[in-house]
Ligand binder design. Structure first.
Ligand SMILES: Cc1ncc(COP(=O)(O)O)c(C=O)c1O
Length: 405
């Protein structure tokens, strides 16, 4: 079979694969605890459901403009004003099939083969693959001081004449780290000076803990004209627990949005009308579900960190936001894929190997589930990994006997 070089170079999405494994095991009646997921368990906001139902009941669900229905663009304009104090016009906005597609289409609009795209590591699994899909080169940058917080000097060191764009995701998947205001200010200035696109993936920007407030990249931009290469990406998936609705968006200069819309119009003709209506409901509706999700996640984060701190040898950096905790399990094995497989096989706990995010020896643990899931999940992991654990463990009425170590 002759397949394209680019197609063959693209890895499967590790996180989506884990969802599949969890579903298969659950179907078989296995007592799975899924600490691998990247989606809140709460219900979608009622306003989203009402808005989508109204369109569904009309029976008239048609093509929409490729960049989104006017009502959704207006909702995004209002959102941008509220959260970024930035007034934009409909021509500055493109709705898309999730933040994922917004980032992808943006990269397709700006990259030529061999261009380079810098992003801090650990990084969201899709960035390298998306850049490769454009025939360009991903350049992950590891903070030299070994933390999860990049410094400008780390990025500057990897800058070349091929560098076309920088992607920043803060608070970050997988670490939960929120980058400092100083870093955001510096990176905005650096990209402006060098003429680089700066893609701010703000998909988790309202899911912050310990009283943190979202950082607004526009506050540091000197160029507020239509020449600005700042692109802000966001969506309904995480903040409104609407992952299955697949609606995200990009806000950028008009020329870039026009090119992105042309690309999207040939790829998908734009996102589904039904789901765009749902997104309008969520963005314009009652916002209390976002705060209640945030509070739940903060509580789960506290429980997760406490559990991990009582786990011999595990090092954990307290997440500042999101619903992930990226913990150093290297005392139990440097190969994170093997470690994650071992945990599924022995105690049916699903985690995501750190190597998928660019860092070996780590596991990404999700706090999206219940507190019970967090506590029991980490307890099962402890039992499986700590050689001092008792020989037996009960999961419900199922007895597990340790036949390893
Ligand atoms: C950093 C980051 N950006 C974008 C996305 C994609 O979000 P969406 O569901 O809106 O495509 C995710 C999802 O996991 C993510 O973690």
């Amino acid at each position: 079979m002759s397949l394209s070089l680019i197609g063959r170079s693209i890895a499967e999405s590790a996180t989506l694969k884990l969802n599949e494994i969890a579903a298969i095991l659950r179907d078989k009646g296995e007592p799975v605890i899924h600490l691998g997921g990247g989606e809140p368990k709460s219900r979608a906001p009622i306003d989203a459901l009402i808005s989508a139902s109204a369109l569904l009941n009309s029976g008239e669900i048609r093509y929409t403009p490729a960049d989104g229905i006017p009502a959704l663009k207006q909702a995004i304009i209002r959102y941008t004003d509220e959260f970024y104090r930035r007034k934009v016009e409909p021509e500055n906005v493109m709705a898309s099939g999730g933040a994922k597609q917004a980032v992808m289409v943006c990269l397709q609009a700006i990259l030529n083969p061999q261009d380079e795209v810098i992003f801090p590591s650990p990084y969201w699994v899709s960035y390298p693959e998306m850049v490769k899909l454009c025939g360009a080169v991903p350049v992950p940058v590891f903070p030299e001081d070994g933390t999860f917080y990049p410094r400008l000097q780390d990025i500057e060191q990897r800058f070349t004449t091929y560098t076309k764009a920088v992607i920043i995701n803060s608070p970050n998947n997988p670490t939960g780290a929120m980058y400092s205001e100083q870093f955001i200010a510096e990176i905005v200035e650096f990209c402006e000076k060098r003429g680089l696109y700066l893609i701010m993936d703000d998909i988790y920007h309202r899911l912050l803990f310990d009283g943190r407030r979202p950082i607004n990249c526009y506050d540091y931009a000197k160029d507020t004209t239509e020449n600005s290469k700042l692109v802000v990406v966001n969506g309904v998936s995480k903040q409104y627990a609407m992952t299955g609705f697949r609606i995200g968006w990009a806000v950028a200069n008009k020329k870039l949005i026009e090119v992105m819309t042309n690309i999207q119009s040939h790829q998908t003709s734009g996102p589904s009308a039904l789901l765009q209506h749902a997104a309008v409901g969520a963005i314009n509706g009652v916002q209390s579900s976002v705060e209640s999700l945030r509070l739940t996640l903060e509580n789960n984060r506290n429980v997760m960190v406490e559990q991990l701190n009582s786990f011999d040898g595990i090092k954990v950096t307290k997440p500042d936001g999101t619903f992930y905790c990226f913990a150093d399990f290297s005392v139990y094995g440097k190969d994170s894929t093997k470690l994650a497989e071992f945990l599924v096989e022995k105690v049916r706990v699903i985690t995501v190997p750190g190597v998928e995010f660019g860092l070996e020896g780590y596991l990404r643990l999700s706090t999206c589930g219940s507190v019970k899931d967090v506590i029991e999940g980490v307890e099962r992991m402890k039992w499986a990994l700590d050689p001092n654990s008792p020989n037996e463990l009960y999961i419900g009425d199922r007895k597990l006997v340790r036949d390893w170590m």
